[in-house]
Design a protein around this ligand. Structure first.
Ligand SMILES: NC(=O)N[C@H]1NC(=O)NC1=O
Length: 176
C-alpha cells in the first residue's frame, strides 16, 4: 500500500492508527496523538509532527519508546513474535542468520547494554549491515546514558521515516 497524503489526511483516526500505528515500534499512541495535526501538507510534515511529539516527551517517555523495541536477534526473533516490520528489517540486515559465535556475542552485548542503560540497543537495521551493527553495539555500550538515549531516539526516527515511506507516497510522487 502506498497512499498519497490527501488519502492519509482523509482517514478516520481508527484507520489512521490501524495503518500507521507501528511506524514507531509498538507505540501507536504517537500515531494516535499526531492525527490531531491533520491535514499534513506532505509526508515530511507528517514525519515532523511525529518527531516533534517525541522530542517534547520527558526523558522517561523517550526511554519508554526505546523499551518498546525488541532486541536485535533476540528472543522475539527466535520465537517468531516480532512485528512484521521488525522481522523484515532484522532479516534484511542478516540478523536472522547469525552464526553461533555471532549470536552469543550479540546476546551478551545486548544484555550488557540493557544492564547499563535500562533500555535496549536500538539501531536502524535497514541502514546498516551486520558487521556495522555488531561494531556499533559494542562501541555504544561505552557511552553515557544521556548520549545513548538521544542516539537511540535518532535511530527510532530513521526507522520511522523508512516505515512511513513504505506506506505514504514521498513528496516527489504526490500529484500537485
Ligand atoms: N533493537 C532494534 O534496533 N530493533 C530494531 N531496529 C530496526 O531497524 N528494527 C527493529 O526492530
Amino acid at each position: 500500500m502506498n497512499m498519497d497524503i490527501a488519502t492519509v489526511n482523509a482517514l478516520t483516526y481508527e484507520d489512521f492508527v490501524n495503518i500507521l500505528g507501528n511506524v514507531v515500534e509498538k507505540c501507536p499512541i504517537i500515531t494516535a496523538a499526531v492525527w490531531s495535526g491533520r491535514p499534513f501538507f506532505n509526508l515530511t510534515a507528517l514525519e515532523a509532527a511525529i518527531s516533534e511529539f517525541i522530542d517534547a516527551l520527558p526523558d522517561s517517555g523517550k526511554e519508554g519508546i526505546l523499551r518498546c523495541h525488541p532486541d536485535l536477534a533476540g528472543r522475539d526473533l527466535q520465537s517468531g513474535s516480532l512485528t512484521r516490520e521488525s522481522r523484515e528489517e532484522q532479516a534484511g540486515a542478516g540478523m536472522d542468520a547469525l552464526n553461533s559465535a555471532e549470536a552469543s556475542r550479540v546476546a551478551r552485548l545486548n544484555e550488557e547494554y540493557k544492564e547499563r542503560f535500562g533500555f535496549p540497543f536500538v539501531i536502524c537495521a535497514r541502514m546498516n549491515d551486520k558487521a556495522n551493527i555488531l561494531r556499533q553495539l559494542s562501541e555504544r555500550c561505552q557511552n553515557e546514558r544521556a548520549v545513548e538515549r538521544a542516539r537511540g531516539i535518532e535511530e527510532v526516527k530513521k526507522i520511522c521515516r523508512l516505515r512511513l515511506q513504505g506506506l505514504v507516497l514521498t513528496d516527489a510522487h504526490n500529484k500537485l
